[in-house]
Design a protein around this ligand. Sequence first.
Ligand SMILES: Cc1cc2nc3c(=O)[nH]c(=O)nc-3n(C[C@H](O)[C@H](O)[C@H](O)COP(=O)(O)OP(=O)(O)OC[C@H]3O[C@@H](n4cnc5c(N)ncnc54)[C@H](O)[C@@H]3O)c2cc1C
Length: 432
Amino acid sequence: MENILIWAVVIILVLIIVLPYIINERKSRKADHARKKEAVFLGADRTIAQHPQIDALKCIGCGACVEACPEGSVLGIVSGKAVIINGLKCVGHGLCEEACPVEGIKVGLGDVSKRDDIPVMDEYQQTNIPGIFIAGELGGLALIKNAITQGSKVVDYIAKNLTPSTHSSINDVLVIGAGPAGLSAALTAKKNNLSFQIFDQQAAGGTILQYPRKKLVMTKPVEIPLYGKLTKPEYRKEELLDIWKQIENKFEIKTVIGEKLQDIKKENGHFEIVTQNGITKAQTVVLALGRRGTPRKLNVPGEGQAKVMYKLMDAETYQDNHILVVGGGDSAIEAAMGLAHQPGNTVTLSYRKDKFFRIKSRNDQRVNKMIKEKKLKVIFQSTVKEIGESDIILNYPEKEVKIKNDYVFIFAGGEPPFGLLKKMGIKFGGGG
Ligand SMILES: Cc1cc2nc3c(=O)[nH]c(=O)nc-3n(C[C@H](O)[C@H](O)[C@H](O)COP(=O)(O)OP(=O)(O)OC[C@H]3O[C@@H](n4cnc5c(N)ncnc54)[C@H](O)[C@@H]3O)c2cc1C
C-alpha cells in the first residue's frame, strides 16, 4: 500500500513538472512550423551572409541552437529537426554552432561557387578586376570583427604592392563604405602613409547606425588599426559609435558623405570612380559596401522631401507630430512603437500585407497591446500613394484616405549592391 502511494506521488509530480513542458514544447514546435511556412512563402528564410548549415542526419531536434541565437527567430524546430526560419535575421554570431551538443551545425557560407551573391575573390580579397578589393560583409562574412580584420588586411596588402602615383589628383586608395570594414581600411591606409579618401552614401558608422537604440552589440576581441583593441565582449550601440567618433577625430578620418557609388571605370592605368557628385580617381578601390544595400524607396510623388526618412535614430526627437511609418518588419514596428510612446504623437503604421508575419514574438505581443490600447493605428493592406507637405494619401483596397502628416519613416528593406557590381564587371559565384 505504502509503495503504491509513493508511486502515485511520483507519477503526479512527474505529470505536474513534465506535462506543461511537453505541452509548451508542442505549442512552440507548432508555431515554428507555421512561421516556417510563412517565411518560405515570403522569402524571409533566405540568408544574408554566413548562416547556420544544419546537418539533418546529426540533428536531434533538441532546440539548443534555437535558444542560443541572440538575434532570435532565426532557427526553429520543424518535424523534429532544426531549420532556418528567418534567415534574414542571422548575423553570423555562431552561438548555435557552439550550443549544438552533436556538432550538427556549422556557421559558414556553404558552397560559394554556386552563390551568385558572393563575389569571386582571391586570398587577398581582390576581385577578378586587379586593383578592386572587397572588405567586410560584402564578401559574405558578417560580424564587426571580421569586417575590421579584412579592412586592414586588404590595405596592408595594397600598401606592400602599390607603386605610389606621382599625380596628386590620383588617390592611392579610395574606400567606399564607412562601416567597420571601410573605417579599418581607411585607418590602415593612414598607418601606411597612403593617400586615400573614404566615401559613404549615408553617414560614417555603417550598419551599426541602423541597430536599435541601446542594442547590446556582441564583439570578439579585435585590433582596430592605429587605435588598439576592442576587448569587451559586449558594447552598447551608442558606446561603439562613440569609439568610432573618437577614432575619426583622433586620426582625422573624414568620411565624405552623400557619395553613392554608381560606376567604376579603368582609364589610363587608374580607376575613375563615379558617384552622383562626379568622378574621383584612384589607383586601387576598396569596396566596403556591406550587404544591406541602399534603402528601398517607394517611388511615390513627394518622397524626395526632407520629412521622409529611411531610419529612425532617436524617437525622442519627435513629439507632438503626426507620423506615418511604412513597413511590416521588426524595424518598422519597433520604430512605430518607439514613436508612439513619445508625448503628443499620432502614429499610423501602413503595411501592404494583411498581417505581420516575420516579427519577433515579443514585438508581436507589444504591438498588439498598443493597437488594442489605441496608442498605435495599423492600416493593413495599404500603400502610400502620395506624400504631401502636411498630409499623405494612402491606398486601401478599393478606397483612399488622406491623413495629416509631419514625418514619414520608410522601412521597406534594402537593395543589395550585387547588380551594380556585376554591371561593372565584377564576377560572382555561380557565374554571375
Ligand atoms: C540588426 C543587426 C544586429 C547585428 N548585431 C551584431 C553584433 O551584435 N555583433 C557583430 O559583430 N555584428 C553584428 N551585426 C553584423 C554587423 O553589423 C555587420 O557584419 C558589419 O556592420 C559589417 O560591416 P561592413 O563595414 O562590412 O558593412 P556595413 O556596416 O554594412 O557598412 C557598409 C557601408 O557602405 C555604405 N554603402 C553601401 N552601398 C553604398 C554605395 N553604393 N555607395 C556608397 N556607400 C555605400 C553604407 O551606407 C554603409 O555605411 C548585426 C547586424 C544587424 C543588421
